[in-house]
Structure formats: structure tokens, C-alpha cells
Design a protein around this ligand. Structure first.
Ligand SMILES: Cc1cc2nc3c(=O)[nH]c(=O)nc-3n(C[C@H](O)[C@H](O)[C@H](O)COP(=O)(O)OP(=O)(O)OC[C@H]3O[C@@H](n4cnc5c(N)ncnc54)[C@H](O)[C@@H]3O)c2cc1C
Length: 403
């Protein structure tokens, strides 16, 4: 039996950032287990048609978090990244306009602007109506009927491939308020209003895909990272993994469903894990170069299977083509010779009872010296910069470093 102070499950951004934080703090007794043959998780890239393609979907690094940039630049210096000003679009009523929709309605023909303005003016939240419980009603109440019916509801049906009313509304605080007054002013003055969305500016590697920085972080761990070693058995009481590694603390960044197959768990915890839902996403490559300056485009049209198009040629120098992101339940056959990567665990879904299920799992984990981390430990949507920031904080907390 090998003994470690920390055993980290998963070498995605969370596991890697936590491991390197421990390392930087002088901690040597840890091991990372990763089931794939390469580190990086959803942020990995592969070479497709001669250039990098992000197999977990389009990935861009937000510049907001200083501690994250400091850590990542140790492995891929600032000079290896290109800063981009975000250009993202939405296809609506047969045309492409800038994202966010509510801030750029002025780009539509006048008659269409009038439809959207009228429906925003009638939105329940602006008329003091009580906040509804169900997701679809909530969206309509918040954004008005047109934005709900033509964008938010079809887009959510596509990405989740489920009845939107099975989703909770507890995560929608992120949606910006839509002001009738500001929307009208923006249409009259023909300019965008509102704050820049996330990734207003972002970094993308000049020569590589987004996966390169994580690959290097994995490589730098040397023998402390075991690639190609999935969790297959666990004794949560003794914290013994795969019959071979015993740890004081297990740091878990892999989906909890892998645990239910690997070892014992109380019935209520097993049932709570069973209620956690995730969405698989297919990334499909097409070599055609689209005539748009967009980095990516959202498409709510339900007659198309994909929900987002990533225009690789606009952020990956010297490349051509684009890739699409599609909920696997909606995916068409892959064309002969085509490239597809399926991500079984792509999006954790914010179902109605997710917070209660996560609370049960976390309480059990904490009582057993198991530390939940990252997208799957918390079953929470988070961008990689947030995942890294939380993992740095976790590493510091575990190593007993304050601040
Ligand atoms: C379509 C899409 C687009 C995104 N766009 C962006 C973006 O533009 N910018 C951004 O910053 N973030 C983006 N994200 C979010 C980003 O992917 C996540 O924040 C990040 O990957 C979370 O890291 P993680 O380590 O927590 O999880 P993951 O990356 O999922 O890593 C988990 C790791 O655990 C491993 N694992 C799983 N099961 C086992 C097992 N049984 N045994 C051992 N190992 C196992 C996996 O192989 C994986 O390496 C996007 C996500 C998606 C799905």
C-alpha cells in the first residue's frame, strides 16, 4: 500500500491547479490519478485537419483572476497567448447579430425591433408581477415573451435536451436585467448598451489549442501524475483507492457517479448521486471556413441539431474550418471521415433538486475526509479560471496556509 497525504482524483484544470498549489507550498506527499492518457479534462485539445481543436468545446481564458494567470503563465508564458476582444453572435430571425441579444436589438430591421421592444415593455418583472417558480415562466417574466420564445427557451431546450421546467431558477441570477428604457435608447441611438458579457476580452494560445497549458501542467507533475488510471475501487472509510493507494485526504474532482460504481456508499448518498444529471456534448469538425468575424455564434433554431458554432479560423491563426457543439441526444450521424469527440460529462445540469442532492453528497464526503473540488465535485457550472481559482484556494486551505 502506498500512503499519501493527498490523493487527487482527476487531472482536469481543478486537479492540476490543486496539485501545483500543493507543490508550490512545498507539499510532496500527493498523487493525482487521471483516467485519460492526457491531462486537461474538458480543456484538452487535439490536432484536427492540421491545427488544434478544443475537443471539450470552445475554451477561452478570462483575464479577470490574477492568481490564475500567475499560475498558468508559469507553464505557458504570457507571450505565448494572444489577447482577443470577444466577437460573439446570435442567429435570430434569419440574421446574425451581436451577443448579448438584448443589448444589440438595434441591429435588427425596425419592425423586428418593435416586436422585441413591445414584449420587453410587457415583461412581468417590469410590471411588478410576482416571480414565477417554473423555469419557462420565469424566463418569460424576466425577459419578455419574444426573447423567451425565440431565443432563451429554444436554446435551453437544445443545450439541455429536456423540458426547461425541469430546471431550477436558482442559477438565473446571472442573467442581466433587461431595461425597456435602455433597450429603447439603444435602438434609437443604434449602439449597444449594457455591460460586456463574460470573456469580454480573453486569451487563447498563439500556436496551440487551449489544451496545451494543461498538458504542460500535467507533464510538470512527473511521477506524481498517473495517466490512464481511472478510479475503479474505493473504500471510503479507510480512504483506499484502487486497492493500492491510501490517503489522509481524497480530493475529488471526478463525477460522483464513478464513486457509486467503485465502492460502498450509504443508500441516501447513492440515491442523491443518482439524481445528479449531466449533459454529454459532441464536438464535430467541419473544414469549411464561414464568412463571419465571430469567434462563436449561438443558434437557437431547433431545426438544427447544434446550439453553438466555433469559428476556429477567427482565433486559431493559420487554421480553417469550424466546429459545432451539440447535445449528444440531438446529434446526427457523423459523416464518413468526419471528426467527432464525445464528452460524456460536459455540463452539470441545474435541475430542481440539484442543490439538495449536492448537499447530501458533500456532507457525506466531508465526514469521510473527502474534499469535493471543481465542476464535478460541486456539480456546478464554472469556467476554467473559476475552477483554477477555487483549486488554488483549496490547496492553500488544505496545506494550512491562510489568506
Ligand atoms: C462546451 C464547454 C465550453 C466551455 N467553455 C469554457 C471557456 O470558454 N472558458 C473557460 O474557462 N471554461 C470553459 N468551460 C468550462 C471548463 O471546461 C471547466 O471549467 C473545466 O474543465 C473544469 O475543470 P475540472 O477539472 O473541474 O473538470 P474536468 O475538466 O471535467 O476534469 C475532470 C477530470 O477527471 C477525469 N476523470 C473522470 N472520471 C474519472 C475517473 N473515474 N478516474 C480518474 N479520472 C477521472 C476526467 O478525465 C478529467 O480529466 C467550458 C465547458 C464546456 C463543456
Amino acid at each position: 500500500m502506498e500512503h499519501y497525504k493527498y490523493l487527487i482524483l482527476g487531472a482536469g484544470p481543478s486537479g492540476l491547479a490543486c496539485a501545483h498549489t500543493l507543490c508550490l507550498l512545498g507539499e510532496e506527499s500527493f498523487l493525482v490519478l487521471e483516467k485519460e492518457s492526457e491531462a486537461g479534462g474538458l480543456c484538452r485539445s487535439a490536432e484536427v485537419d492540421g491545427k488544434p481543436l478544443d475537443i471539450g468545446g470552445g475554451h477561452f481564458l478570462d483575464l479577470k483572476r490574477k492568481e490564475v494567470l500567475e499560475l498558468l503563465f508559469r507553464f505557458m508564458g504570457r507571450e505565448e497567448w494572444q489577447e482577443h476582444r470577444r466577437v460573439s453572435k446570435i442567429r435570430i430571425r434569419g440574421v446574425e447579430i451581436d451577443h448579448p441579444l438584448e443589448g444589440n436589438l438595434w441591429q435588427l430591421p425596425i419592425a423586428d425591433q418593435m416586436d422585441f421592444l413591445e414584449s420587453i415593455a410587457k415583461a412581468g418583472c417590469l410590471r411588478g408581477e410576482p416571480q414565477p417558480e417554473a423555469f419557462a415562466d420565469w424566463i418569460t417574466w424576466k425577459l419578455g415573451e419574444c426573447i423567451a420564445r425565440e431565443y432563451m427557451l429554444p436554446y435551453n431546450r437544445k443545450i439541455w435536451s429536456m423540458d426547461p421546467n425541469k430546471l431550477g431558477t436558482y442559477w438565473l441570477y446571472k442573467l442581466p436585467d433587461v431595461s425597456f428604457r435602455e433597450t429603447l435608447q439603444s435602438c434609437l441611438e443604434r449602439r449597444m448598451f449594457g455591460a460586456l458579457p463574460a470573456h469580454g476580452t480573453f486569451l487563447y494560445p498563439k500556436q496551440h489549442g487551449y489544451g496545451e497549458v494543461w498538458r504542460r501542467m500535467g507533464e510538470a507533475l512527473g511521477e506524481r501524475l498517473h495517466l490512464g488510471e481511472a478510479l475503479h475501487s474505493i473504500d471510503p472509510e479507510q480512504r483506499v483507492v484502487n486497492g493500492r493507494y491510501q490517503a489522509d485526504t481524497i480530493i475529488n474532482s471526478i463525477p460522483w457517479s464513478a464513486w457509486t460504481r467503485a465502492g460502498p456508499m450509504p443508500d441516501d448518498v447513492r440515491a442523491a448521486v443518482g439524481r445528479l444529471v449531466q449533459v454529454p456534448i459532441d464536438v464535430d469538425y467541419c473544414p469549411d471556413t464561414l464568412p463571419s468575424d465571430s469567434h462563436w455564434t449561438y443558434d437557437p433554431d431547433e431545426s438544427k441539431s447544434f446550439h453553438r458554432v466555433l469559428l476556429r479560423a477567427n482565433f486559431c491563426p493559420g487554421s480553417r474550418g469550424y466546429w459545432t457543439e451539440t447535445n449528444a441526444a440531438r446529434s446526427p450521424e457523423v459523416p464518413a471521415g468526419g471528426f467527432r469527440h464525445r464528452n460524456e460529462f460536459a455540463y452539470p445540469v441545474n435541475t430542481l433538486d440539484k442543490p439538495a442532492a449536492v448537499a447530501i453528497v458533500r456532507a457525506w464526503a466531508q465526514a469521510h475526509g473527502i474534499y469535493p473540488l471543481g465542476r464535478w465535485g460541486h456539480w456546478e457550472h464554472m469556467n476554467s479560471d473559476v475552477a483554477v481559482s477555487l483549486a488554488i484556494a483549496a490547496g492553500r486551505e488544505l496545506a494550512g496556509v491562510g489568506g
